[in-house]
Design a protein around this ligand. Structure first.
Ligand code: ATP
Ligand code: MG
Ligand code: MG
Ligand code: MG
Length: 469
């Protein structure tokens, strides 16, 4: 079954249960400063959850573009993680609850009219105190007790003050070739991917109060999310999400550009997967108006693009190439997301320009880095000094992580504390200078924005630091 068919079946199924189909929102959250990216199907529907807005229909379904940069290290290593993916969702805003949603999930998954999974391959987890969910799965649906795992932390959705509640997660057993059941890591929630998590059903039934107590909510909500790419990997009977029709054409195109063969070697496979992942993220974000820059979302995109270029080097690509993958992304995704086709030329241009700029940065900086590596090794050290790393950052635009990545290829580390100290020294110097010049320090307001630079400290955390130049 093609991925586009799975997506339509999902929407059709929930429409048949009285849900309104909402189109995917932009990846950029609207009126929500707490979130860098839309990272779940419920995220754009948040105003309905706390009653700020009343939906036309309390039953909603969607296929939502999501970005989760916290999964970046998993990309290409696990079979199931992406930085950009589609979450299929169904939501009840104070309408139906557990006894409706669990049987619907079961129907969608096991009825051959929908996606028709073998019922014997399905296991679920429930929160250890959620007797109600356990009973529905066990008595009403008939899942034997030994395939219902009672967990704690993983099965409670709580983000601090506000609505929260237990969840139940659905896993598909991919069979013996993925691991032996005597190994607990093979069970749902373990590191092994024999049991593939496909769907999370969250029951928001409590309010987490400011004093830390939990009280039942008068209006209970349902928030579910399932990964389209994961469904596709099962239904297309392939080893990983990357082998589905959502990714394979991008990988094939990259192979065509490089002469590399997919599934021939572990290292090149990881590179092909990372590139296929990152180009989707970058193309969709640019399509939603995020341009590469040195701060906020733009910096995430710049970093992802640079990371993809670096993986391109593993495949022997030394010239801009990512932009050439954009039409393929459009061919695959255009049926549901016309923006990647409509804005294709613009997306290609932005990506191409950014790739060109990065190649220039690289060629200048790499010469200097090469000298630094040599100097370090000659001195009998295995660590690039903080001031050297700072010089690469300050003069050649090398983010710390990039220096670290290149250094590690040469078996060297980089002195993070020394780098931070150099950065601080530079700030102190700048501050002192601005005082000397009559203290023209802008404290707030629009002008101060001009001198604010964001410093990248990880994909989830962007610390904005005032950098007075
Ligand atoms: P995992 O444990 O596999 O990392 P999760 O528990 O973090 O997944 P949820 O937050 O429960 O994921 O999201 C709901 C569903 O969205 C998951 O069951 C999965 O199908 C899908 N999903 C979540 N994160 C990703 C990702 N990075 N790439 C692809 N699909 C994802
Ligand atoms: Mg996760
Ligand atoms: Mg999980
Ligand atoms: Mg989950």
């Amino acid at each position: 079954m093609k991925a586009s068919e799975i997506r339509s079946k999902w929407l059709q199924f929930f429409a048949s249960k009285g849900h309104k189909i909402e189109p995917s929102s932009s990846l950029v959250p609207h009126n929500d400063p707490s979130l860098l990216w839309i990272n779940a199907g419920i995220a754009p529907l948040k105003p309905y959850l706390d009653g700020r807005e009343i939906p036309e229909n309390p039953r909603i379904t969607n296929a939502q573009k999501c970005i989760r940069t916290n999964d970046i290290e998993n990309v290409g290593k696990t079979r199931r993680h992406h930085t950009f993916f589609e979450m299929l969702g169904n939501f009840s805003i104070g309408d139906y609850f557990k006894k409706e949603v669990i049987p619907w999930a079961w129907e969608f998954l096991t009825d051959p009219q929908w996606i028709g999974f073998d019922p014997n391959r399905i296991s679920v987890t429930v929160h250890e105190d959620d007797e109600e969910a356990f009973e529905i799965w066990n008595k009403q649906i008939g899942i034997p007790e030994e395939r219902i795992y009672k967990l704690k932390e993983d099965n409670f959705w709580d983000i601090g003050e506000g609505p929260c509640g237990p969840c139940t997660e659905i896993f598909y057993d991919r069979g013996d070739k993925y691991g032996d059941l005597s190994d607990p890591e093979c069970w749902p929630g373990g590191e092994n991917e024999r049991f593939l998590e496909v769907w999370n059903l969250v029951f928001t039934q409590f309010n987490h109060n400011s004093d830390g107590s939990y009280t039942p909510l008068p209006n209970k909500n349902i928030d579910t999310g399932a990964g389209l790419e994961r469904f596709a990997s099962i239904l297309q009977d392939v080893d990983s999400n990357f082998d589905t029709d959502l990714f394979l054409p991008i990988i094939d195109k990259t192979c065509e550009l490089t002469g590399v063969t997919y599934h021939a070697n572990e290292e090149t496979d990881v590179a092909l997967k990372v590139i296929a992942d990152h180009i989707r993220t970058v193309a969709f974000s640019v399509g939603d108006g995020v341009l590469p820059s040195n701060e906020g979302r733009g910096y995430v995109i710049r970093r992802l693009l640079r990371r993809a270029v670096r993986y391109g080097k593993v495949l022997g690509l030394d010239k801009p190439f990512l932009f050439k993958l954009v039409p393929t992304v459009g061919d695959i995704m255009g049926v549901y997301y016309p923006e990647v086709v409509d804005k294709r030329e613009f997306i290609e241009k932005v990506i191409r320009t950014e790739e060109e700029r990065f190649h220039e940065t690289l060629s200048d900086g790499l010469v200097i880095l090469g000298e630094m590596v040599q100097k370090t090794q000659q001195a009998g050290s295995n660590q690039i000094s903080g001031p050297d790393a700072f010089k690469l950052y300050d003069t050649y635009g090398f983010p710390f992580d990039l220096t670290e990545d290149f250094a590690s290829e040469k078996g060297l580390t980089v002195d993070r504390a020394g780098f931070d100290a150099s950065m601080q020294e530079q700030r102190d110097r700048a501050r002192a200078a601005s005082h000397k010049e009559g203290g023209m320090k802008v404290q707030g307001g629009p002008l101060s924005e001009l001198t604010i630079k964001s410093e990248f400290v990880g994909y989830n955390e962007l610390v904005v630091t005032a950098n007075i130049e």
